[in-house]
Design a protein around this ligand. Sequence first.
Ligand code: AMP
Ligand code: GLY
Length: 460
Amino acid sequence: MNVMVIGSGGREDVISEAIHRSDKLGSLYAVMKNRNPGIASRCEDFLLAKETDVERVVDYALLKKIDLAVIGPEAPLEKGIVDSLEENGIDAIGPKKIPAKIETDKSWARQLMRDHNIEGCPEFGIFRDLEGVKEFLDDHREVVVKPSGLTGGKGVKVVGEHLKDKRDVITYIKEVLKKHESVVLEEKLDGEEFTIQAFTDGKDLIPSPAVQDHKRAYGGDKGPNTGGMGSYSDNGDILPFMERRDYDDAVKILERTLAAIREETGEKYKGVLYGQFMLCREGIKLIEYNARFGDPEAMNTIPILKTDLLDIFESILDERLNSLDIEHERKATVCKYVVPKGYPEDPKIDTVIKISGRMERETDKGEMVANLRFANLKMGHFQMPRSKIFYSSVDERDGKIYTTSSRSLSVVGIADTIEEAEKIAEGELSKIEGEVFSRHDIGKESLIRKRIEHIKRLRG
Ligand code: AMP
Ligand code: GLY
């Protein structure tokens, strides 16, 4: 199979690594907006182009005789890249333009939940102008403001954190409405967030272990929202502050949503349906949907996937996902992003990042590791690497790695416990030099204890 990965972030680095391990792969290709060194190292060839330039991407795919395209980010989904690829006879992993609205149009997503009585929907209002805003603000002590369209994870503002009072809310709504058709106002919820990424063929859905992302830029969950500063998962499906029924309730919301999308649009949603949830006093609430793997969350779940990713993708396309037994290693993971100083508001771009010492990169060892893994799998024991590095929005030029305005690279620790995985991730971070920063509190015992205490307090 000739496979093309679209996207150039950490998520696409880990996706391409898993595809590269598959013995079903013919050649790997990519379309990237910046030269991600990890992805580039595995590719037969790649195109440096905007991932949203659908025509160029499709032409390149035809030229390279691509059998399967995997869409990493949301922006090309919004442009209908899957529709165009399919029209040209190329299979794709990712939903078509209309069902992708579950992510690309937050107003549509909330309305869908309301119309189909899907559990876990917070109180909300959709506004195209200021009419009715005052009444909503009078009825809710604290609110969250969400632009309806895509903002790279940086558009949501929360009263008490990013917005001081009602005046701030109205000023921000006005700003949002200049660029977006509508804005969603929601009641502000209190709880702990977690992500579930589920593979789906439009009929069935197979969820991955829960992950907790950290959206705020600075330690202690302070500062502006980012694309995600890092994330952890435990050595099973749930996180330390959750119970099994919380996970099951969240999966039920995803299943109901999948059915609702199909009913509403007449289209089967294929690819990954991502739910970000909040565990609240009253139970599970849905914060947002994404139409793809999460970044960083993909770096927690894909490295511990025991099942061949191309097998999963094939069964999605053939709509026989329910016949596949998707398995993950029972390992905890901690992922920490390295981002340019000043990120996200005023990132220092074009500075050099150095990585000293050796990181355990499967691709460096190429074929040998892939073969070894295959042999180990056959013998029933796969040696999971303890650490990984994934490149993100960096540029590789003249043998050096330069920052861009987005997240640079990430380290992942993999171990039996979160505590151990966190230490491994920190060890890798200490090898990285440059005008960059990370959130050192992610995955630390003290922060996890705080999460557990928070839920104990809420649930009484
Ligand atoms: P989103 O881009 O929708 O994931 O939102 C970004 C962040 O805003 C989330 O990770 C939450 O921390 C916060 N947020 C979103 N919606 C709510 C809500 N209804 N109540 C409280 N916080 C929220
Ligand atoms: N981690 C959040 C996202 O991928 O949008």
